[in-house]
Design a protein around this ligand. Structure first.
Ligand code: SF4
Length: 358
């Protein structure tokens, strides 16, 4: 039988059969794939936003051990939640998880539709589709970066994937070819993502020889796959200079709490001020905090990269006398561990532990 000519419009219809057969043979065994429990799937999806699978595995296990149900998460003390999230970054995800858990607990269970899920804090288009399909067998296409890459290569689509219209078109195209029965629906999104994560990879050339779509992929046939997807260059990150003070007094270090909104809201940090201060100006800043410098110990620089901003930090370690602002806390090594200090301050955190040993 003569095969129908492949086009951008019809090529995706060929995908589901070979893709699902490949997935059954090749899928990585990940804990959130062994469940249809919306709570467990939801926690995994939130953790996997912006974070690699390998980094999530340990956090996922510890988190579910601490909070085995949506009610347990809803009632968790915030400090405990933040402590378990420490190091994963993007802390607003943890806060939104708890807000959403409270809403779900109040409703008596998870909404079972895309539209219902979308109303939960921290749940966007992609996450709502991923949960609706994997937990409830709803025919909703979940489109993340992996899926965008696979689909633009398969269909030889050269539209800018940072343009929301491209994502919308891809979503519509994928949804049109999703399997009709629940068993296929539950794994189809995962299978497309898995193909993007392990075969049609983001860095380096796609592994077309191992791909179930190799015979009909337009990007491979036309030789364009490696130049896809098209992404317009992103704006450069804003650089913020900061001076961080690791203030030590009688075996304790000073911590202050970040404001309740904005970047790293509500977490603990070493006191810091805007700008890269030299030692003379830094000494004045210490005085202005109500402290007397007893001994300047060292100067440590560090850099931390967030999505839209980069912190360039100059840090001073010094022993002081005086109390500083009333809202600060002076903590010993155990106290430091009990506070959620974001990884942006990792270098100073390590130094504080080192100093408190001696
Ligand atoms: Fe990607 Fe190659 Fe598979 Fe096409 S054949 S989807 S380019 S890995």
């Amino acid at each position: 039988m003569e095969r129908q000519e492949l086009t951008t419009e019809n090529v995706l219809a060929t995908l589901p059969g070979p893709l699902l057969a490949w997935y059954r043979e090749n899928a990585r065994d990940l804990p959130w794939r062994r469940t249809e429990d919306p709570y467990r799937i939801w926690v995994s999806e939130i953790m996997l936003q912006q974070t690699r699978v390998a980094a999530v595995l340990g956090y996922y296990a510890r988190f579910l051990e601490a909070f085995p149900s949506v009610e347990a998460l809803a009632n968790a003390p915030e400090d405990r939640l933040m402590k378990l999230w420490e190091g994963l970054g993007y802390y607003s995800r943890a806060r939104n998880l708890q807000k959403a858990a409270k809403a779900v607990a109040e409703m008596g269970g998870f909404p079972d539709t895309y539209e219902g899920l979308l109303k939960l804090p921290g749940v966007g288009d992609y996450t709502a589709s991923a949960i609706a399909s994997a937990a409830f067998g709803r025919r909703e296409a979940a489109v993340d970066g992996n899926v965008l890459r696979v689909v633009t290569r398969l269909t030889d689509c050269h539209d800018d994937i940072l343009d929301p219209r491209t994502k919308k078109t891809v979503r519509e195209r994928v949804q049109a070819v999703m399997p009709a029965e629940a068993a296929g629906i539950r794994v189809f999104n995962q299978a497309t993502m898995e193909l993007g994560a392990t075969v049609c990879v983001p860095n380096g050339p796609p592994k077309c020889d191992a791909c179930p779509a190799r015979d009909f992929c337009l990007g491979r046939i036309r030789g364009t796959a490696e130049s896809l997807p098209v992404k317009k260059p992103k704006k450069a990150r804003r650089v913020e200079e900061k001076t961080v003070f690791l203030l030590l007094r009688e075996g304790k270090a000073a911590l202050s709490r970040r404001p309740d909104s904005g970047l790293l809201a509500g977490l603990w940090e070493f006191p810091n001020v805007e700008g890269a201060l030299d030692e003379r100006v830094a000494a004045e800043a210490v005085k202005a905090m109500g402290l007397t410098a007893v001994e300047w110990k060292n100067k440590l620089t560090a850099k931390h990269i967030f999505t839209h901003v980069e912190w360039h930090m100059t840090g001073y370690t010094l022993s002081v006398s005086g109390d500083g602002p009333a809202e600060w806390e002076w903590v010993d090594a155990d106290g430091l561990e009990a506070h959620a200090v974001p990884s942006a301050f990792a270098r100073y955190y390590a130094e504080a532990k080192e100093q408190m040993k001696g």
